[in-house]
Ligand binder design. Structure first.
Ligand SMILES: [Zn+2]
Ligand SMILES: [Zn+2]
Length: 272
């Protein structure tokens, strides 16, 4: 199983980091499941050297613009390249309604009914595992400023693992160590640096050190930090701050980094 970081930044994109978005692939050449769709995932997939048409499914964690704002333009790109395969969009009720509204807003250009490929919307129920693409995904509600769902993900073909866990946007909350529990890779948002805990809590985010605490509390086997406000020059700082609370391997992925999850997560050069 592979995870590609199409973006690793917070809501405000920077030279280094696009809005956080993940691409999951169960095995070489398999369909891609995209998690979140802010910014320009189509271009980021091209930059990664993968065919954006391989995306079969998109999971939207919540309705903030940095996670859903790129959906209409991604669909428009697929129209231009004459996609015919269905595109499935999965989300809990609130972001799913926003996705529907966005598509309606662009109904003069995109419509769900007069379209060369079907766009299918599926509602996720918190706590209920569901097959999405090549994966079985269990969405778990977190605590953000709008309804938001983190998740635990395993390849359906190998339910014993590897297990990927993702917080999406959230403040520190009791369910987060449960999301991280024994994950082979725990991807945690760390919007703020250490010392900004109060501000982070107020706006529904975590700091680097809090992300480490959640990983340690859940005994996650490796930690990757995303939704970062600081650029590549702060990698050492981010790692040190997470190290204050987490003892396992820490990744501070750059945009377009790819991790392979087997017995342990490690970085590879190409998404197969
Ligand atoms: Zn965000
Ligand atoms: Zn958010």
């Amino acid at each position: 199983m592979f995870v590609a970081f199409l973006g690793t930044g917070s809501a405000l994109p920077s030279v280094d980091r696009a809005n956080t978005s993940l691409a999951l692939v169960a095995s070489p050449g398999a369909p891609i499941t995209l998690i979140d769709c802010g910014g320009d995932p189509y271009r980021n997939m091209l930059r990664l050297g993968i065919d954006p048409a391989r995306v079969s499914d998109i999971i939207i964690t919540h309705a903030h613009i940095d996670h859903i704002g790129g959906l209409p333009s991604l669909i428009e790109s697929y129209r231009i390249i004459d996609r015919t395969a269905p595109l499935r969009v999965h989300a809990i009720a609130h972001p799913l309604q926003v996705a529907r509204d966005l598509l309606q807003t662009y109904a003069f250009e995109l419509t769900l009914h007069h379209w060369p490929f079907p766009v299918e919307l599926y509602e996720l129920q918190p706590g209920v595992p569901v097959p999405i693409g090549d994966f079985t995904v269990t969405p778990i509600l977190t605590e953000h400023t709008v309804p938001s769902a983190g998740m635990r993900v395993v390849p359906t073909a190998t339910p014993q693992g590897p297990l990927l866990a993702y917080t999406c946007d959230t403040r520190v909350a009791p369910m987060i160590p449960g999301i991280a529990l024994n994950a082979d890779l725990f991807i945690a948002e760390a919007t703020y640096p250490r010392g900004s805990e109060e501000a982070a809590h107020r706006v529904g985010h975590m700091t680097t050190t809090q992300a480490g605490e959640m990983a340690q509390a859940g005994a996650a086997k490796a930690l990757a930090l995303v939704h970062l406000s600081l650029g590549y020059d702060a990698e050492g700082q981010l790692r040190r701050e997470a190290r204050q609370s987490y003892r396992g391997p820490i990744f501070i992925p750059r945009d377009l980094a790819i991790l392979r999850l087997e017995r342990r997560a490690r970085q590879v050069r190409r998404l197969p």
